[in-house]
Design a binder for this molecule. Structure first.
Ligand code: AMP
Length: 539
């Protein structure tokens, strides 16, 4: 006989599903507030109890429309209580919440709804014009409208009736490996790719998001996610808030700085989150009118999605508002790392502390990181060597939907992020470059390759390269470097008009530089590093 105990089966094999979070919100946080600002500016107040109760009815209504286990349910909604109802209802009924980004170009959206095979779509009334641009590209079985005016276009269904006319259901028992939600990323070369999140992944993600050194979500918080619920689960905040019992303030479509500040002050928000572009605008408004808003309740702003410039950290510090930088991706659900100043830097100089805070942070618990150089060797964590960051963990994608983009996953099970980093001896990462050929402007991606292909399709253009250049407001903007065929006169207007046929206005390069020849490497690739050096001035 040995004293060996290898089997842990004596513990309950309880599945980690979002249903537990939904149930908890309904049972223990029933009276905590969910506040939505409507497109009209009116504020609607409800509670987790009501949201969860309505989610049960909504699930019944969706099932009556034919939504079955594993079916995607698409949403084209803002941050609003109906979106939270769908965050609850769709995964808990065993279907898959597919959030759509209405800011994408119609061609991308059309591709996405067809790739995901969405048959039921829920659209906010204010987004019907966007929906119209993709309407003909897919035959949806049902289009459900969240109306604020009571008008429902012919052939579409009323969301409120779907909730009101159905009895609440009991949630089915699901396995933790079941798909709960999906989101497409356009942050890769080629077509957008679907990332499917399991229940287990989102439950573990919510638990870690809530930890004190991560986003520190508690029942005492009132959270305003500026980050949209259509982008990577709004950084996990809706589920983490429901789990902890934090109040949620959902800002709707008005995300200009004054509207954000009004809501932060009026609702005594304690924590908010969004991309740097939003906070740049907010900072200018605060600088212009420092006493206009009472933000004494606000104790942290989680900022990520793009690098946080030092000037922004300093700017908010002047208003006694503390920014915490986080890094993540659609493929990582999205939390990957958080930058919290370690205790031993408490007494360090301001400059040392800022040098730390501009970094993307230390990997979140349960997330593994490593980085490899061009030769495929692991880099030392000496803050000097540079390599592409690879991650793995319980909420990191192991593949894309339909097995696309397989090259992003290593043979030994890591996801290659396309972010080039240095890692310091503490394990704190600093993004220095990007191996993916993309520009991130205001939190949204623009493909350099797509712009280049379109430029060279113009009869005047011999060669074209698009690079990201730093921009005060948007983080990055595209700059096009173009060499023309002999004897043609450079014309920015002509090239811009040509691109405007296929790209949204915000995706068009702000600057065009004409050169006689575009530098290339020995292997014939455009030497973007040289172009960046030549045309970039730090903002
Ligand atoms: P997305 O999947 O659209 O959320 O984009 C993820 C990408 O955004 C990452 O791979 C990075 O390139 C970029 N990103 C996210 N957070 C940060 C950050 N804190 N600093 C710099 N880049 C970031």
């Amino acid at each position: 006989m040995t004293g060996q105990i290898l089997n842990g089966n004596s513990m309950d094999d309880y599945p980690l599903t979002l249903t537990s979070i939904v149930d908890r919100a309904e049972r223990f946080h029933a009276n905590r507030g969910v506040i939505s600002r409507r497109p009209s500016g009116d504020v609607n107040r409800t509670t987790y109890g009501e949201v969860a109760g309505r989610a049960r009815r909504l699930a019944h209504g969706l099932a009556a429309l034919g939504v079955r286990d594993g079916d995607p349910v698409a949403t084209m909604l803002w941050n609003q209580s109906e979106h939270l109802e769908l965050y609850f209802a769709v995964p808990a009924m065993g279907a898959v919440l597919h959030t759509l980004n209405p800011r994408l170009f119609p061609e991308e959206l059309s591709y996405i709804v067809n790739d995901a095979q969405d048959n039921v779509i829920i659209v906010d009334e204010s987004l019907l014009p966007v929906f119209e641009t993709i309407r003909d590209s897919r035959e949806f079985a049902h289009v459900v409208v969240v109306s604020h005016t009571g008008d429902i276009p012919a052939g579409m269904l009323d969301y409120e009736s779907l909730v009101a006319n159905n009895e609440p259901i009991e949630w089915p028992v699901l396995g933790e490996g079941r798909a709960a939600a999906m989101c497409y990323t356009s942050g890769t070369t080629g077509r957008p790719k679907g990332v499917v999140y399991s229940h287990r992944a989102l439950v573990l993600h919510s638990l870690v998001v809530a930890l004190p050194d991560q986003f520190a979500v508690s029942a005492r918080d009132t959270i305003l996610p500026v980050v949209p619920m259509f982008h990577a689960n709004a950084w996990g905040l809706p589920y983490a808030a429901a789990l902890a019992g934090a109040q949620l303030v959902l800002p709707g479509p008005q995300l200009d700085s004054e509207s954000v500040l009004d809501l932060l002050a009026a609702e005594h928000v304690t924590m908010t989150a969004g991309v740097p572009t939003v906070w740049m605008g907010v900072l200018s408004s605060l600088d212009a009118e420092p006493d206009r808003w009472d933000l004494s309740a606000l104790n942290r702003l989680i900022v990520g999605g793009a690098a946080v410039p030092r000037s922004m950290l300093e700017g908010f510090d002047r208003h006694e508002l503390s920014i915490v930088q986080a890094w993540g991706m659609t493929e990582t659900a999205p939390l990957g790392s958080v930058c919290r100043v370690p205790e031993d830097l408490d007494q360090a100089s301001n400059s040392d502390r800022y040098n730390y805070r501009i970094r993307q942070g230390v990997a979140s618990p349960l997330v593994d990181i490593r980085a490899r150089d061009d030769e495929g060797n692991l880099i030392a964590w000496d803050d000097t060597a540079m390599g592409e960051l690879e991650v793995r963990g319980p909420w990191v994608a192991a593949s894309y939907h339909h097995g696309q983009g397989a090259a992003s996953f290593t043979a030994d099970g890591w996801f290659s992020t396309g972010d080039v980093v240095r890692i310091d001896p503490r394990g704190c990462i600093r993004i220095c470059d990007r191996s993916k050929d993309l520009v991130k402007s205001g939190g949204e991606w623009i493909s350099s390759v797509d712009l280049e292909n379109q430029l060279v399709a113009h009869p005047d253009v011999a060669q074209a390269a698009v690079i990201a250049v730093p921009d005060d407001r948007w983080g990055e903007r595209p700059l096009a470097v173009v060499s023309l065929h002999p004897d043609v006169d450079p014309s920015v207007d002509k090239l811009r008009d040509h691109l405007a046929q296929d790209f949204a206005k915000w995706q068009l390069p702000d600057r065009f530089e004409f050169v006689s020849e575009i530098p290339s490497t020995a292997t014939g690739k455009v030497k973007k590093s040289e172009l960046r050096k030549r045309f970039t001035t730090e903002p």
